[in-house]
Design a protein. Structure first.
Length: 264
């Protein structure tokens, strides 16, 4: 479904930009080092896939990764895939005049989701803070399918929550520090996940899609979240290697998150 299909007034480009910007700010409330992980991700794309990559933006949301890829690489092209109708509407609106960007609606848990893609293979498949919505077995199956999507010599990168069970005191201290940081930011006016979705549901152009999203994926305003799981860096490396990636390693980490790269 598109915005036009809701019967509401189309948004102006500046309005799409405002939604894109507010999504980034809301995500940064949780991830103050978000741009650093994106920088490392794009550095590794250029190092391993060149400066004119065809990129699959996996679980793309509003297209944050696509936006950064296209700004850095003038000869790149991106395909974003997601299931969320609201986030895809914002992405399609934001990139409406960008011929290098395309977006596809698909469910990554569907074994045939790759059939919806416009290309059979990609130089790089990138995702960030999204696949923790999947359970471990479903993520393993997805990694297996991605081995057939990344071209030989291409790269897959996943930046997400990757806890280390061997450091409980460090983890507890980091969580307390981060909670205090977020509370201070909220007191200063920062918008959180639930607040952002509350604004979406109240917007006349997006309210119909918000209702569709809430029925399909849960209502974030109410605190709903997918029944996902998180895995360690070692699990990601092992699983990627087990599914046909020739090399795999962490290329960036924070106290709670990691960026794992798999090379085909």
């Amino acid at each position: 479904m598109t915005i036009e299909a809701t019967g509401r007034r189309n948004a102006e480009p500046t309005e799409w930009q405002a939604w894109q910007d507010s999504w980034d700010r809301q995500q940064e409330w949780y991830l103050p080092d978000r741009e650093e992980r994106f920088r490392v991700m794009l550095d590794m794309v250029e190092a391993l896939a060149g400066d004119a990559p065809r990129v699959l933006d996996l679980a793309c949301g509003t297209g944050s990764i696509s936006d950064r890829v296209l700004k850095r690489f003038p000869r790149a092209e991106t395909v974003g895939v997601d299931l969320d109708p609201v986030l895809l509407a914002i992405a399609r609106g934001h990139f409406a005049d960008e011929p290098r960007a395309a977006f596809v609606t698909a469910d990554l848990t569907d074994p045939r989701w790759t059939e919806a893609l416009p290309y059979d293979s990609y130089d790089a498949v990138l995702t960030a803070t999204a696949l923790h919505w999947l359970r471990t077995d479903a993520l393993g199956e997805l990694y297996g399918r991605l081995a057939g999507v990344v071209r030989e010599g291409g790269v897959f990168m996943n930046a997400d929550h990757m806890p280390d069970a061997t450091t409980p005191r460090v983890d507890a201290a980091e969580r307390a520090f981060d909670r205090a940081r977020r509370e201070a930011a909220r007191d200063a006016g920062a918008e959180d996940w639930a607040g952002w979705w509350q604004r979406v549901a109240a917007d006349e152009r997006l309210s119909g899609l918000a209702a569709e999203r809430f029925a399909l994926l849960g209502n974030p305003v109410r605190g709903d979240h997918a029944d996902g799981e998180v895995q360690s860096v070692d699990w990601h490396v092992r699983t990627l290697r087990g599914h046909g990636f020739a090399e795999a390693k962490a290329v960036w980490c924070s106290p709670s998150d990691g960026l794992v790269l798999g090379l085909r």
